[in-house]
Write a protein that binds this ligand. Sequence first.
Ligand code: HEC
Ligand code: HEC
Length: 378
Amino acid sequence: MFKSYHKLLLSTVLVAAATSAVAFAGDKSVSHTYANGKKVIDGGVTYPVVNGKRALYYVNEKASKGGFTFGRKPTANEIKAWDIDVMPDGTGLPEGKGTVEEGDAIYEEKCASCHFDFGTGGAGYPALQKGNAYEGQKSLTNQRLGPDDDGPIRVFGTYWPAASTLWWYIKTGMPHPAPMTLTNDEVYALSAYILSINEMTIDGEELDDEYELNKEKFMKIVMPNKDGFEPKIDGPKGLDNARAYFNDFKNYGNGTRCMKNCFEGKPVLARIQGAGISDYQPPISTKRELPPKKEGAGAEHPGKKTYEASCAVCHATDAMGAPAVGDKKAWEAVLKKGLEKVYANAINGLNAMPPKGGTSLDDAKMKEVVDYMVGASK
Ligand code: HEC
Ligand code: HEC
């Protein structure tokens, strides 16, 4: 009964998310545009698609078989909005504030449909608390061993070594269908709520409903499992710690190096009996020379460098549906439409081929690069 109610609720939420734009009310430094009548970062949240349907991602309707059917370049504003660095110790957290109570309300509205009431998780969605963070359990010192019933359960409160990950994760990843739609204050409020349901304290203080979390207080959070990760790779002893850890076979699987039929004695270098350098067909060469240059290949084509930097990512093989440079047949087919048309297609884009290959090269340079590609495919 409880579960099916949630399933129903979940599908309603997903449909709602898929059919309505979500307002972005993030950082003031990022400018907004309007999509579907709602304010969003550069239209980054929903896009109108055909037949009145909308999707989270822009659908490239011009794309056809053999290429990508979705995706586009992010805009400068989108990159700016996503470019959030929050370090483990909290460096990089923006200013902001929010109370447990506010977080509770946002949680009910935007998170409970998947993560269930009080973050208990279920139906494949991760729990955000198990309520056992402070029950004095030994920490998970060895992540390679199997699940340990007596060890802490791997959820935020018991497992994560740094609280800042929570802030960053919610800000950039949640709610799952509409990431980047929460304000910084909302993320602080949600973090406060999640800390409270994990029964955590900050600076000895319990997080009751009125507790207001902000950047300064966030920096003081100490996670219960902060020292539980092995090997300890931070600090000047990091390398030695890592070596010692990986040299001790007790840290792996069942703690022994070999299972059965183990080799005992001294290892000797194996040699293939009787095989000398002249026994290979064709014989192995001992000369250290580059293969002879093809005629006329002395001077590098002026388009080659640009090709390698900007086009080879798609054109080195045909994996992306692009004519591969060097594939004579493919380019013969391309050139059937005439070189001028091919220039124009390279400049204006064609199906999954982005205009100018996604570069800002001028037309003359584009033609030069196409000339190189054509020449290298004869
Ligand atoms: C539509 C379902 C959905 C909604 C709504 C949703 N989440 Fe999630 N959340 C997920 C899924 C799925 C994962 C696991 C993602 C993964 O592991 O790749 C997840 C993971 C998380 C995690 C990491 C948990 C862990 O231990 O790895 C946190 C924290 C989180 N969500 C917080 C939130 C918050 C806060 C909200 C509300 C603002 C929210 N989620 C809304 C589906 C959802
Ligand atoms: C994101 C991948 C991608 C990049 C980057 C890319 N291309 Fe393409 N290109 C394609 C695909 C896919 C096609 C095949 C399009 C088709 O025929 O539907 C193509 C086709 C072409 C064609 C043939 C056009 C025709 O008329 O058939 C030329 C010429 C070309 N690309 C030049 C370039 C140049 C020059 C660059 C670099 C400045 C470049 N491409 C970068 C994917 C790419």
